[in-house]
Design a protein around this ligand. Structure first.
Ligand code: C2E
Ligand code: MG
Ligand code: MG
Length: 646
């Protein structure tokens, strides 16, 4: 008589694993599917094992028991061998190396042994050379059973071998869990051989799968809980893995250019739903193309798609991609939400092999290339000068801070009513000793990310204060100079103190300075920022809002803030002569006048634009039409020449 207690214990363990997977939502993706199938099949095997042993004992059997016992035995042998096969495939899936199964010899080996297993069982109907169930002897193994076990053993050897091979890529805990399934199966098989009455094999397997559940199937480690897509950490791990294994893949980075604005506009929870919608659209699109992708999400709004298919022309899919994702998120369109993605396609290892390079190009590609470019290829980007610059930005910024390679230029701003240049915007430039001229569009965002914007900002402030102290503002006809402040600067609790120190050092009148801030700052409008703004206003400084028109401005909020000037972004001017653009500008001008704000229109390049804006009674115009940003000396000469007449 066999002892069933171990089998009986295995059943609740399998059920527990299945429930846990279900409750934790681990039901999507190939690895999860395979794991669930593996556990379910093992559960069935365990039940069949008990049923079979119960029916084929004690002998002699009734005819009905012979029939049932035979059926259960077929079921048991089939599911038992099937599960070793599934676990073998699962190993590749969970280690993200399924591509290794695609080579023809490997596929042949796997399928051949799988098919042999099934054929072996089927032919037993006629030959009875694998096992028999008879009334007298009950269940008994026949010579060909060895072949069946041999195939299972082959999977066992291949699987264990692959686990050992993968050790260098895997975290120890994960590796132990994966290989423990084999160790436990081997141990229980040995025990069952020594003590045939103990049915421990399925119990051993269940313990192994429980370990896998505990140490490997941990979505909380990688899934970004609020959007239920694998997160940034998971992408980095995956990338590391791809590089170590030398896998050929295409990585597509999809950056939603306006993610931050959308989030602040529709709120966190709606935004998360929006991201989930986009993610499922992406999944569906590639599913329809029969291309397996791994999808990751990075805040505020970037998707990383890793494609095992290296031949698929990803760029040609972009229009469809944009179309479907936009359609899916149309319900937000009424709220002004647009899906504005840019794509970067990186082929590994052809375009890039280095981990850091791949990570950083995903973050910076939108700042390279043409402004209106939507699809970027890594192979082209790395040839660009800007790519080199951004890649060496840290050293460039350090030189700017220590070697004085930063300087300020001034762009005159024309006052239409008074007919003279009454102000100017101070703009930073770097003339690097190695890379030459570098535009602030490149280095300001990098300085913000590298945490260097504070020292850099201080140099900028000092430079402008010094400049103002050397000129006679009134004699030149200037009322004030505008200085751009970045978010990080505004969040410095000692910003007013820094400003006060410079003010005293250079004897500058606060009315001669206007600080430009952008709308993104109001997303961060915390206590420090709020206090800084108030304190600087009480010291006599004024503020303007830069780049109006590219975010989602809330006019009510604008009217409440201590802003004297609103600067309309040049992108609106670019559309000035379209029907819509004209209406937008005209109404913006009227609205701003309604809430008593002065208006600067940026980026005016032509006479037509200037005249159209003057006709709308704008206050100030800034742009290449009047002057490009000028060096301090040229700026003074410019004012002397043009403001004299006025
Ligand atoms: P911004 O503050 O909106 O500055 C206006 C930008 O538009 C400047 O670019 C200016 O050269 C450019 N511009 C002015 N008129 C025209 C025109 O008619 N046509 C065209 N195509 N462009 C025009 P720039 O100097 O490259 O600065 C880019 C951005 O970098 C600035 O945008 C600002 O956000 C940032 N930035 C520049 N200097 C500083 C600084 O000292 N501190 C901080 N925090 N940011 C700065
Ligand atoms: Mg500005
Ligand atoms: Mg601007």
């Amino acid at each position: 008589m066999k002892i069933f207690y171990f089998d009986l214990c295995a059943i609740p363990i399998y059920v527990l694993i299945l429930c846990t997977c279900y409750v934790r939502g681990m039901t999507k993706g190939r690895a999860n599917h395979l794991f669930l199938v593996m556990v379910s099949v093992s559960l069935i095997t365990t039940i069949l094992d008990i049923l079979m042993e119960k029916t084929v004992w004690p002998v002699p059997l009734t005819q009905a028991r012979v029939v049932l016992g035979t059926a259960f035995s077929y079921g048991y042998l089939l599911t038992r061998n099937l599960s070793t096969f599934i676990y073998f495939i699962y190993l590749f899936s969970v280690t993200r190396t399924e591509y290794r199964l695609q080579s023809r010899p490997v596929r042949l080996l796997i399928w051949l042994s799988g098919v042999t297993m099934v054929v072996l069982l089927l032919q037993n109907f006629f030959t009875h050379n694998v096992f028999t169930v008879t009334a007298q002897a009950g269940y008994s193994r026949q010579p060909m059973m060895r072949l069946l076990y041999g195939i299972a053993f082959l999977y066992f050897i291949m699987g264990t071998g692959y686990c050992v091979y993968c050790k260098r890529y895997l975290l120890t805990g994960k590796w132990i869990a994966l290989i423990s399934v084999y160790v436990l199966i081997l141990t229980s098989v040995v025990i069952q051989m020594v003590a045939p009455k103990l049915l421990v094999e399925m119990f051993g397997t269940s313990l192994g799968l429980l370990l896998v559940l505990m140490l490997i199937m941990r979505p909380e480690e990688t899934i970004d809980g609020t959007v239920v897509v694998e997160g940034w950490k998971a992408y980095l791990k995956h990338l590391d893995y791809i590089i170590k294994t030398g896998q050929h893949v295409q990585i597509v980075v999809v950056q939603m250019m306006n993610a931050e604005e959308i989030r602040s506009y529709i709120g966190d929870s709606e935004f998360h739903t929006y991201i989930m919608d986009v993610a499922s659209e992406i999944d569906r699109l590639y599913y329809e193309k029969h291309v397996h992708i791994d999808l990751f999400f990075e805040r505020p709004g970037s998707f990383y798609l890793v494609l095992e298919d290296t031949k698929l022309d990803v760029a040609s899919l972009v229009p469809q991609f944009v179309e479907t994702t936009t359609r899916r998120v149309r319900r937000y369109a009424d709220q002004g939400v647009r899906f504005e993605p840019k794509f970067c396609i990186i082929r590994h290892p052809e375009d890039m092999k280095d981990y850091q390079d791949i990570v950083s190009i995903g973050h910076m590609f939108t700042r390279l290339g043409r402004h209106d470019q939507i699809v970027f290829n890594a192979s082209e980007l790395i040839e660009m000068r800007d790519y080199n610059i951004v890649n060496h930005m840290k050293e460039i910024l350090n030189r700017a801070i220590t070697e004085n390679t930063l300087s300020m230029v001034y762009q005159p701003i024309y006052d239409i009513r008074e007919g003279r240049f009454r102000s100017a915007e101070a703009l930073a430039r770097i003339a690097d000793t190695m890379y030459g001229f570098i535009s602030p569009g490149l280095f300001i965002p990098e300085a913000e990310k590298a945490g260097l914007i504070i020292p850099l900002g201080n140099i900028i402030l000092e430079s402008v204060y010094r400049f103002i102290s050397t000129i006679d503002m009134d004699a030149l006809g200037l009322s004030y100079i505008e200085i751009n402040l970045s978010v990080a600067q505004c969040l410095q609790f000692d910003l007013p103190a820094t400003v006060a120190r410079l003010q005293e050092k250079y004897g500058v009148d606060p009315r001669h300075i206007n600080f430009e801030i952008t709308e993104t700052m109001f997303d961060n409008l915390g206590e420090v920022m709020d206090r800084n703004l108030r304190e600087l206003v009480s010291m006599g400084y004024s503020f303007s809002l830069d780049d109006y028109g590219i975010g989602y401005s809330n006019i009510h909020r604008l009217s409440k803030l201590p802003l004297e000037i609103i600067k309309i972004d040049k992108s609106l001017v670019n559309e000035m002569f379209t029907e819509k653009g004209e209406v937008i500008i005209r109404n913006t001008v009227r609205m701003m006048q309604g809430i008593h704000k002065e208006l600067v229109i940026e980026g005016v390049e032509t006479r037509d634009e200037m005249e159209a804006l003057a006709a709308m009674s704008c206050d100030f115009i800034q742009g290449y039409y009047y002057s490009k940003p000028l060096s301090a000396e040229d700026f003074i000469q410019f004012l002397k020449k043009h403001n004299k007449a006025a």
